[in-house]
Design a protein around this ligand. Structure first.
Ligand code: AN0
Ligand code: CP
Length: 324
């Protein structure tokens, strides 16, 4: 693996999931791989889990870690080529990426969608500019359209639950549901989860359903062959995993079309499902998107998912270190 920008960079998904599970059982087995190597973690946006779990994973592999918040710790970065740089952005990504690439063997980047111009966000300019100019492997720490380290942690979590619950069906039903929120959020987590679950469904590992109000359809390349059911209660029938996430509209780009509170997940929804587990990438707003009762019950997997971010990052960094 050179870059880790999306599922397309993964040669063998089963093996990567197994590698994460192995790292969890034996975190320091590959300490030699990262010795005297440095990773730079570059954040254009806030983070709790991604920042700490990726740092921890790199340290487990023996790496040194440098973290930087763009625009706060550093200069603002211009991404457009050929412009007269008379805005508040003092440095161009061409120099910045090339320079960071001289200090670091791997660079992780977080750059959310701006949710103003769909074509621009879906071009993934920040990831591609860094990949073009850094000269070292790039890891996606959540880009405009995807959050693959989260999706890998989610796959690991579902796999672990499957392995420890022999009563689950061989192909558990996984339902991605839209949740209400007053602020427009990116589609990245939902896009990525859908992309990865479609791959798991194709391999016969899960059945995958997406549910959301009208107007919240994900981009066709992400929803793929998933079954879309607009009635949430119907979608939850027999669900083994309920994966909640808010996203803003893709078709009416970046808009909040409804805040209908009936889409929030409560114990009634869990009861409709097959005693389903609740999943969310975090951060989550309690009692707006999901009730306290669900989050504080044994049905919730949110802490396990977050814990597995360490092992998903470690599996990915290991793959990349093996190529350096
Ligand atoms: C971000 C999002 O929805 O993409 C990050 C989630 C991991 N969430 C918020 O901005 C609240
Ligand atoms: N799930 C996730 O990526 O969390 P952070 O935004 O806190 O990194």
């Amino acid at each position: 693996m050179t870059n880790f920008l999306s599922l397309a960079d993964v040669a063998d998904l089963d093996a990567l999931i197994r590698s994460g599970i192995d790292a969890k059982a034996n975190p320091f087995a590959d300490q030699h791989l990262g010795k005297n190597k440095t990773i730079g973690l570059i954040f254009f946006n806030s983070s709790l889990r991604t920042r700490i779990s990726t740092q921890k994973a790199a340290q487990n592999l023996g790496m040194n870690v440098i973290t930087m918040n763009v625009g706060q710790d550093s200069w603002g970065l211009e991404m457009e080529d050929g412009v007269i740089m008379n805005s508040d952005k003092a440095e161009h990504v061409r120099e910045a990426a090339a320079v960071i690439g001289r200090y670091c063997n791997i660079i992780g980047i977080r750059a959310f969608a701006e949710l103003k111009d769909r074509a621009k966000d879906y071009q993934e300019q920040v990831m591609h500019q860094f990949a073009r100019y850094a000269g070292v492997p790039i890891v996606n720490l959540e880009s405009a359209t995807r959050h693959p380290l989260q999706s890998l942690a989610d796959c690991i979590t579902i796999e672990e639950v499957k392995q420890s619950n022999p009563s689950l069906p061989a192909k558990p039903k996984v339902v991605l549901t839209w949740l209400p929120h007053f602020k427009p959020l990116p589609q990245a987590v939902a896009n990525s989860f859908s992309e990865w679950m479609n791959a798991r469904a194709k391999a016969g590992d899960v059945e995958f359903v997406v549910t959301h109000p009208e107007g919240y359809e994900l981009a066709p390349e992400f929803v793929g062959n998933a079954r879309v059911i607009y009635n949430q209660d119907e979608a939850f029938e027999g669900a083994d995993f309920i994966y909640g996430k808010n996203w803003s509209s893709y078709t009416h780009y970046g808009q909040v079309l409804t805040q209908d509170p009936s889409w929030a997940v409560t114990m009634n929804d869990i009861r409709l499902s097959n005693h389903g587990k609740f999943m969310h990438c975090l951060p989550v707003r309690r009692n707006l998107k999901v009730s306290d009762e669900v989050l504080d019950s044994p049905h919730s997997l949110v802490i396990e998912q977050a814990a597995n971010r360490e092992w998903s990052a470690q599996a990915v960094l290991k793959e990349i270190l093996l190529t350096l």
